[in-house]
Design a protein around this ligand. Structure first.
Ligand code: AMP
Ligand code: MG
Length: 404
């Protein structure tokens, strides 16, 4: 048996990026930049006005001039070539229009009488005011997006600003999802006596999609060696293989055995966690194989704590763990020392502080409390029980968003 921390370290050591591709800018949202990106030009590319108003010389204002002759107009999209602001003059200018020669300030229209032939300045003018200077955002030749950065709308805006229609990103790994068990029927069939629907495959596929990878549900391996062999071989053609169930110590638990027959190297089996203890991890060549326990809560929790970080890392993400925060428990939690306990919580925020309660029944086949959970607490192995008022460390579960 390995500890929670050892299991994570082994997994992350063996999760490496699966490759790079160049994709269209709009497709790239949510992906990770695969190369350091250098600015091809200055941003902005030319000095321009930050306000609708008048381009002026601040020295005129300092010299006591308040009324200036308006000698021209520059709209956004026009050019300022051949236009200059002479002493005692102003040029009417719009936001985003290039500033003309000679001016060193823009006076917002709201600080003037909005005159056409002449304009009256009604407020003090400082050199440089309301002018966006070439390169003040990003200078040509500097690094503007680091390899490993996640592309969000602000990154898209900047990439577009630099004319980058194609972006180098890490490829999304394909993830084969294999269920095992004679009791399973597929969604759409009505389960008969002793049968249940293969719900793990669907929830795993959803989780894989949620972390940006590509799920491929490959069906069910029945509880015999031939079927396991055939299905596991199929699964090993993906970048990652996830199996569910058949990994404990039962008579029909064949996954680890058959993986070994197929040449996979097991790096660990059994982790000091609850739920999810029977988790196994193997490598077939460089393909990571996660054998998750079959009880749906164990399947989902081991995915969350071990598979998700690996899939993120394989897509180039450096920070793959959800941030932990402190939660004050409002009720006790029972726990024996020895294993990390993963507890489903409901949260409440009061006075800037998080308070938690158990989401309810914590058994591994209870789905309702998975649905209800807003966070999960990770109680350290040595912890021997939580009293009301104790602080525990937790992370949000799923896409929990705080209500107003
Ligand atoms: P096992 O590890 O094969 O003994 O399975 C453990 C438990 O998980 C049993 O109650 C199974 O019926 C259940 N289980 C296994 N596979 C799935 C699945 N694909 N979807 C939902 N429950 C499952
Ligand atoms: Mg089984």
């Amino acid at each position: 048996m390995v500890t929670f921390e050892e299991a994570r370290a082994i997994i992350l050591d063996n999760a490496t990026a699966v490759g790079i591709e160049r994709i269209s800018l709009l497709e790239s949202v949510g992906r990770i930049v695969a190369e350091d990106l250098v600015a091809p030009w200055d941003l902005p590319l030319w000095n321009n006005s930050a306000m609708d108003g008048y381009a002026v010389r601040s020295s005129d204002y300092r010299d006591g001039l308040r009324r200036l002759t308006v000698t021209g107009v520059i709209n956004a999209g026009s050019r300022a070539d051949g236009i200059a602001v002479e002493a005692g003059c102003a040029v009417r200018i719009m936001t985003g229009a290039p500033t003309p020669e000679g001016c060193d300030a823009v006076v917002p229209v709201e600080e003037t009488d909005n005159g056409a032939g002449e304009v009256l300045l009604q407020a003090a003018v400082k050199a440089g005011q309301h002018i966006r200077v070439r390169g003040e955002d990003v200078t040509a030749g500097t690094l503007f997006l680091r390899k490993g950065a996640r592309i969000r709308p602000p990154e898209i805006n900047m990439l577009a600003g630099f004319g980058m229609a194609l972006v180098p990103v890490y490829r999304r790994p394909t993830v084969a999802i294999l269920s095992t068990g004679d009791e399973l029927v597929e969604l759409g069939q009505t389960p008969g006596a002793g049968e249940i629907i293969n719900s793990n495959a669907l929830s795993l596929a959803a989780s894989v999609t949620e972390c940006g990878a590509i799920p491929r549900i490959i069906g069910i391996a029945r509880d015999n060696r031939e079927c396991h062999r055939e299905k596991l071989q199929e699964g090993l053609r993906a970048d990652v293989l996830i199996t569910s169930a058949g990994v404990s110590a039962g008579d029909c638990d064949l996954v680890r055995d058959v993986l070994a027959e197929l040449g996979a190297t097991q790096l660990f089996w059994k982790v000091g966690i609850k739920p999810g203890g029977p988790l196994a991890f193997a490598l077939s060549g460089t393909t990571p194989v996660f054998s998750l326990p079959g009880n749906p809560v164990s399947t989902m929790m081991t995915f969350e704590e071990f598979v998700r970080p690996a899939l993120l890392r394989m897509q180039g993400e450096e920070r793959v763990l959800r941030p932990l925060f402190s939660v004050v428990m409002e009720e006790p939690l029972s726990k024996k020392p020895g294993k990390v306990q993963i507890v489903r919580l409901r949260l409440e925020k009061r006075g800037g502080c998080w308070y938690g309660r158990s989401a309810g029944n914590q058994q591994t086949a209870i789905l309702k409390t998975m649905v209800d959970a807003q966070a999960v607490a990770l109680l350290p192995a040595e912890n021997s029980g939580v009293a009301a008022g104790d602080e525990v460390m937790a992370h949000f579960y799923g896409n929990y968003i705080e209500r107003e």
